[in-house]
Design a protein around this ligand. Structure first.
Ligand code: UDP
Length: 368
């Protein structure tokens, strides 16, 4: 069985790493990696291949720049060429980025069975490009692997055949479990000169927060206010950095705020592990903080990952401003204990569960 696994952007690499390893255990499964090139530099891509032990991609499509429409079209054309050469038995896509939908469309048009890992998540906010990618990819998929019960409920509500939906847990957490010792061993905060001082870790990159001046100013005001009381580590996504520069916003002016470029996986998780509170709009970071039991404040009006709020340590803060964030930190830290429940099946074995189901559906059933 030849499987083309598609990865294009940073969170995808964290998800395909455990899947690739799980496929490789079986001599009759031949996974290949197609890197679309959506994120292509070392900090957003290469370091993840290196640290997570992902082999060099079998195909690199080199589609880095352009509007989402241009990217979708170019990825589709390039991926179709790869499909014609490889003629895979399965195409596997993960997450909710442009590459996910573009390659899903090609697989569906060529009638190659399509597998979506991290299916069913819904923010119910169609202004998010990711939400369109999720809905459309799920509608095209033959097998849908889901991280949390809300995802199952969403897919059933959308009339997807229950026989194709599988609650298996979270492959992103598989990576975290596998590298936990290395994450624990590293102390980047010490290297940054923070020592044992409590600090807040901040990441922001959703278009809704960073693509307009208002959002960026609110982030700058938040940094200014929080820096009066806290040491802050702000790991700046390239999109946020570019937009801050375009709007002439300078983040380097507060001594308590350490501005860092995108970090490697182990480095970033180590910063997360030792932080007092994480402030973010990232999807994956909401899940990782829940697993690690680190307080997380999500600066968004919704989350497609409600289990992180219901079970985990995530606190959703809509329409944020500096004062609201300040108050929320106070409120969270005043609680006597952290609520920390790890969601069901987030145990490090999700990739293996996925491979077992795929074998049962596509290999074992043929042998019978
Ligand atoms: N991450 C990382 N370095 C960073 C920021 C994030 O390794 O500087 C990791 C993070 O721990 C998670 C993944 O990248 O595993 C999440 O990616 P991102 O926030 O870009 O995407 P999202 O999850 O929002 O789609």
């Amino acid at each position: 069985m030849k499987i083309l696994q598609v990865a294009g952007a940073r969170p995808n690499f964290v998800k395909i790493a455990p899947l690739h390893r799980a496929f490789m255990q079986y001599p009759d499964m031949h996974p290949q990696i197609v890197h679309t090139g959506q994120h292509y530099d070392f900090a957003m891509s290469g370091v993840f291949f290196e640290q997570l032990g992902i082999p060099h991609p079998d195909h690199f499509l080199g589609v880095g720049q352009g509007s989402p429409t241009v990217q979708t079209a170019e990825i589709m054309c390039a991926f179709e060429r790869v499909m014609r050469v490889e003629m895979p038995d399965l195409v596997l896509v993960v997450g909710d980025v442009t590459s996910t939908l573009a390659c899903a469309l090609v697989a569906a048009q060529m009638r190659i069975p399509l597998v979506h890992v991290e299916a069913g998540l819904r923010s119910r906010d169609r202004t998010m490009p990711e939400e369109m990618n999720r809905i459309l990819t799920d509608a095209l998929s033959d097998q849908l692997f889901v991280t949390e019960q809300a995802g199952m409920d969403n897919l059933l509500r959308e009339n997807i055949d229950p026989g194709r939906i599988h609650l298996v847990g979270n492959v992103m957490i598989d990576s975290l479990v596998r590298f936990r010792d290395r994450i624990e061993d590293m102390s980047l905060s010490r290297q940054l000169g923070i020592g044992s001082e409590p600090y807040l870790l901040i990441t922001m990159h959703r278009p809704g927060n960073v693509d307009h001046e208002d959002g960026l100013r609110k982030i700058a005001e938040m940094l200014e206010m929080l820096a009066m009381r806290w040491m802050i580590v702000f790991v700046v996504h390239p999109r946020t950095a570019r937009n801050m520069a375009d709007f002439g916003l300078d983040l380097q002016k507060w001594t308590n705020v350490k501005i860092l470029p995108p970090q490697g996986y182990i480095e970033f998780l180590s910063l997360m592990r030792h932080s007092t509170v994480v402030i973010t709009d990232s999807g994956g970071v909401q899940e990782e903080t829940t697993f690690l039991g680190i307080h997380c404040i999500t600066l968004r009006n919704n989350t497609e990952r409600p289990v992180t709020v219901g079970y985990g340590t995530n606190y959703l803060l809509p329409d944020f401003n500096a004062q609201k964030v300040w108050d929320t930190i106070g409120k969270i830290l005043a609680r006597d204990s952290k609520k920390q429940t790890i969601p069901p099946l987030w145990d490090g074995n999700t990739a293996q569960r996925i491979v077992n189901i795929l074998r049962e559906k596509y290999i074992d059933s043929q042998d019978r």
